[in-house]
Design a protein around this ligand. Structure first.
Ligand SMILES: O=C(CO)COP(=O)(O)O
Length: 246
């Protein structure tokens, strides 16, 4: 069985004081056996947390990066700047970035290439809108997103986050997740051959302490990308506990 990975995406939340308190509570409450754990605070908290998490089982991730190594890109952060801080993962193509910043599959793919080159593990997000699911276009959408967002020789993590399940408290049902995982695996194998069999696929969208165990037990779900519940130490520790037991 593949080792589970639990990723906390803090989004645009957290002062230094909040972040410090949160990781201290997490470190104090970790179970003896842990899955892979990644915490993705805002850029401004990365240096502080790199120091706090050094030598711990919690890895550090960023929520985005630029596709270039350096240059005239006001306000952006390069993959090399992230590795320089001790960051090892980066979330790319989150639906909030796709929607708010007009990020396209092609940009996500370029970022994934740059991130991998710099030594980061990209966590590439895909997911359909509610309209697309209701009209039965969700698999087409996901198929195109995989084709467009994942580079050749992709060696990162894929995160399936249905947009309608993000922050709504309405996670996809077990049947919906299971059916989608099967589709995603077939697409990965179609695109990457044998290598497509080993890409880890996460589910994200209203994962919480209550539903984590059943979501993580669905075939081929290798972990969870957690938003809101990752800001609460108790909830995030329960999800980590569910992954250790899965
Ligand atoms: O977008 C998400 C994680 O990237 C999911 O957010 P929620 O867990 O708050 O629904």
């Amino acid at each position: 069985m593949t080792r589970q990975i639990i990723v906390g995406n803090w989004k645009m939340n957290g002062t230094s004081r909040d972040s410090q308190a949160l990781v201290e509570a997490l470190l104090a409450g970790l179970p003896a056996t842990v899955p892979d754990i990644v915490t993705c605070p805002p850029f401004t908290q990365l240096a502080l947390l790199a120091d706090k998490l050094k030598g711990s089982p919690i890895a550090l991730g960023a929520q985005d990066c630029h596709k270039d190594v350096s240059g005239a890109h006001t306000g952006d952060i390069s993959p090399a700047m992230l590795t320089d801080l001790g960051v090892s993962y980066v979330i790319l193509g989150h639906s909030e970035r796709r929607q708010e910043h007009g990020e396209l599959d092609e940009t996500v793919r370029e970022k994934a290439v740059a991130a991998t080159k710099a030594g980061l593990t990209p966590i590439v997000c895909i997911g359909e809108t509610e309209d697309q699911r209701e009209s039965g276009e969700h698999f087409d959408t996901l198929g195109w997103q995989i084709k467009g967002s994942l580079p050749d020789n992709f060696s990162g993590i894929l995160a399936y986050e249905p947009i309608w399940a993000i922050g709504t408290g309405r996670a996809a049902t077990e049947d919906e997740i299971a059916e989608t995982m099967k589709f995603l695996r077939e697409e990965l194998v179609r695109q990457f051959g044998e290598a497509g069999k080993t890409v880890r696929i996460l589910y994200g969208g209203s994962v919480n302490a209550k539903n984590a165990a059943s979501i993580l037990s669905i075939a081929d779900v290798a972990g969870a990308l957690v938003g809101g519940a990752s800001l609460n130490a108790e909830a995030f520790l329960s999800i980590i506990g569910a992954a250790s037991a899965a």
